[in-house]
Design a protein around this ligand. Structure first.
Ligand code: ADP
Length: 262
């Protein structure tokens, strides 16, 4: 629990620092993009080289903007548009995108709980987060494997909270994303939420995927838990608080009770 506390204090400090820079940087990029847009609009249609150069500059600036948005997500300074959501429906809607992302060698299994509580989160950001997890899973399974996505209702009780200082007791909906990939060594596992931490080669990873997931989920009032075993695989669990004042679903919910696991 003490480790967890130290870790979350460190994240807090890094997030504070990163957020300020990312925010200003993003504003400057928007100025660049806005002006490139004007430039492009006023270029004669036969000025092909100039058009191509302008478009290349816009592509670069857009990529940089995506990076700053992940940093903003990590530092919890991202404007969110939360909505009451059925996560099962959101995940079903992503199935084409997910199978395209994972390719033919990775099998996808989806286990959606009946009677799932609703949550209130930003659907675009949540899709982004899940896509990030899928990309990581794909990268961890270069020779194929299996990705499982599960949903469940979950009560977090006092004992669990005692072991996880940054969690708040209550009702959550949990999304578990499990792969049968390379897994992570303990040294890696300790650092994955840090922005820019990556074990991937230059140009392949930015080290911002899990940072974004972490920040977004925290900003949404939830939290992320990781379980990983080298050569076995990895499970990422995203806990999102149940929508306040939600009406009870008709079906009996399948409840994943958590009691004091460390
Ligand atoms: P990136 O994917 O750009 O490296 P992330 O923040 O998403 O950035 O991940 C950081 C690191 O965590 C990865 O470089 C990898 O070492 C490790 N990692 C993340 N997800 C998984 C996974 N599902 N299996 C194995 N390792 C993972």
């Amino acid at each position: 629990a003490e480790d967890q506390l130290r870790q979350s204090q460190k994240m807090e400090a890094v997030g504070h620092l990163t957020g300020g820079v990312a925010h200003d940087f993003n504003n400057l990029l928007q100025v660049v993009l806005g002006n490139l847009e004007i430039l492009k609009r006023h270029l004669p249609s036969d000025a092909l080289r100039l058009r191509r150069a302008t478009e290349n500059a816009m592509t670069g600036a857009n990529r940089a903007a995506v990076l700053t948005q992940r940093l903003l997500a990590f530092s919890r300074r991202q404007p969110l548009a939360p909505q009451a959501l059925d996560l099962n429906r959101l995940l079903s809607g992503m199935s084409d995108l997910l199978s395209r992302t994972l390719g033919e060698t990775i099998q996808i299994e989806t286990v959606l709980a009946g009677g799932l509580w609703r949550v209130e989160v930003d659907p675009n950001q949540l899709e982004n987060a899940i896509l990030n997890l899928a990309v990581n899973a794909r990268d961890a399974m270069p020779n194929g494997g299996k990705l499982t996505i599960e949903t469940a209702n979950s009560h977090l009780d006092g004992a669990y909270i005692a072991a996880n200082s940054d969690a708040i007791a209550g009702q959550y909906v949990v999304i578990c994303v499990t792969d049968t990939g390379s897994g992570m060594a303990p040294e890696t596992l300790e650092r994955v939420f840090e922005p820019f931490f990556t074990t991937k080669e230059v140009g392949k990873g930015t080290g911002l995927g899990l940072s974004m997931v972490y920040g977004f989920v925290k900003q949404s009032g939830g939290y992320v838990k990781l379980y990983s075993e080298t050569n076995e695989g990895t499970t990422v669990k995203i806990y999102l608080p149940r929508l306040l004042g939600d009406v009870a679903p008709e079906l009996t919910p399948s409840i994943e009770d958590i009691t004091g696991e460390a």
